[in-house]
Design a protein around this ligand. Structure first.
Ligand code: HEM
Length: 428
């Protein structure tokens, strides 16, 4: 599955003829650390060394810094990117990855700043919210936002809750099951189908479209558009209590949303369901099943679930890379270049999190960088959390003895979207 916000830009200029920028191109001399090139433009921002990304230790000019920097495309990275992330954070916090075709940003503070930096924009113009910038982005975001709060959010959440119990109960009689294929992938899509008021029998078809044509940020699937058209027409004529009716009767600047916008928004709900939430749920369940003591405490005190979910997103975010394009030079990053913000590396930055590789469901401040930062911050964050909470609660209620199948170990995969692709469990 492709990066939600585009893979490194085709046609983006390489920074030097050899690809790797000379070390001196880094914004500041090593003795003061690698300054934050994403500080908002100001009178002194371009010249003054800024704080070194909240690290205690300055980055020193080690000999390795002058050798070819490692690449995201190096063999083995997809299986285990964490050694590479460590090297990047420690020795190459801002570096051009020639094979990948993008500047890599890996430290927590830098990733956060880069995502919010107005000089770094969505990599390729398009029709989905994440592809838009400036005024159009704010207008479309304002259209989408009501779907994530109030009555619409309540409808989505009710769909999630019902679906979670149906799926969990189906597993209860089984000797062995795969939670990814039979729970994580279905829950977000089936919940969105239920909330939109679409027929339950069509869930499988919609699910298949989500997995082939839509990504985290929606996109367009002609078959889904054609499927939705008659429902949109019917809801316009006779609105009901479902989310699709709410979208059909919504007004922006006094006008109803056009059919294209309604079906695009429905696609966003379904596509997001099919991607990020499913991957995140898989990692969340893997983390909890790997830590039965912590799981037991959450079972006893469900109010702890939100923190456990946030911690899983920190340690194992479903989206490891979010891309941007520089509309003007940013420090050493040339205009037009692609910047890959490494959420997976940022979440394990020891300068921000103590013992960052450890899963600690009770960590005081796991942050929320997995949802992005700044103007594109994920509007579905609350829905995703509610999905995780209801999903876990349904599983723990229907399957009180849930545990790994004998000998099974989860193996996360993927460079851009990352999670275990199977979770074999004993439901009883
Ligand atoms: C655990 C689950 C999720 C994660 C980790 C996640 C992550 C993200 C991230 C990192 C971004 C920002 C991308 C950027 O900066 O360019 C984003 C944006 C977005 N997400 Fe999510 N997301 C999740 C669930 C959802 C859900 C459930 C929905 C909707 C049903 C959703 C809809 C969107 C939309 C529409 C945007 C674009 C916002 C904009 O560009 O203004 N996401 N998400």
């Amino acid at each position: 599955m492709l990066c939600p916000h585009g893979l490194p830009g085709e046609g983006a200029p390489a920074p030097t003829s050899t690809g790797a920028p000379p070390a001196r191109l880094l914004p500041e001399p090593p003795e003061v650390g690698v300054g934050n090139p994403f500080a908002p433009p100001g009178p002194s921002a371009a010249r003054t060394p800024s704080a070194p990304s909240s690290r205690a230790e300055p980055v020193s000019p080690r000999p390795e810094s002058r050798s070819a920097p490692p690449s995201l495309l190096a063999p083995g990275t997809e299986r285990d990117p964490y050694p590479l992330y460590r090297t990047l954070r420690e020795r190459h916090p801002l570096v051009y990855d020639e094979p990948f075709g993008a500047w890599l940003v890996s430290r927590y503070a830098d990733v956060r700043a880069a995502l919010a930096d107005p000089r770094l924009v969505a990599p390729s113009p398009g029709r989905t919210l994440a592809d838009l910038e400036d005024g159009t982005h704010s207008v479309h975001r304002a259209l989408v936002s009501p779907a994530f709060r109030g009555a619409a959010l309540a409808a989505l959440t009710a769909g999630v809750e019902r679906t979670a119990y149906v799926l969990a109960r189906r597993l209860a009689a089984r000797q062995e099951a795969d939670l990814v294929a039979e729970f994580c992938h279905w829950l977000p899509t089936a919940a969105a189908v239920a909330a939109l008021g679409l027929p339950y029998e069509d869930t499988a078809r919609v699910h298949a479209w989500c997995r082939t044509g839509l990504d985290h940020l929606g996109g367009h699937h002609p078959e889904l558009d054609a499927f939705l058209r008659p429902y949109i027409a019917r809801r316009r004529a006779q609105p009901g209590a479902d989310l699709l009716s709410a979208l059909c009767t919504a007004r922006a600047d006094g006008h109803p949303l056009p059919d294209e916008a309604v079906s695009g928004l429905a696609g966003t709900l379904l596509g997001a369901g099919g991607e990020a939430t499913a991957h995140a749920l898989a990692s969340f369940l893997a983390n909890l099943l790997d830590h039965p003591g912590q799981l037991g405490m959450i079972r006893a005190r469900p109010a702890l679930t939100a923190g456990a979910w946030a911690e899983s997103l920190r340690r194992d975010p479903p989206l490891h890379v979010v891309s941007r394009r520089a509309v003007e030079p940013v420090g050493v990053i040339p205009e037009g270049a692609t910047v890959a913000c490494l959420l997976g590396a940022a979440g394990r930055d020891p300068a921000r999190f103590a013992d960052p590789d450890r899963y600690d469901a009770f960590r005081a401040d796991p942050g929320e960088l997995a949802y992005g930062s700044g103007r594109h911050f994920c509007p579905g964050a609350l829905l995703a959390r509610l999905t995780a909470e209801h999903g876990l609660h349904a599983l723990l209620t229907a399957l009180p003895d849930l545990r790994w199948a004998p000998g099974f170990r989860p193996a996360p995969e993927g460079l851009i979207s990352r999670s275990p692709r199977t979770l074999l469990v004993r439901p009883r």
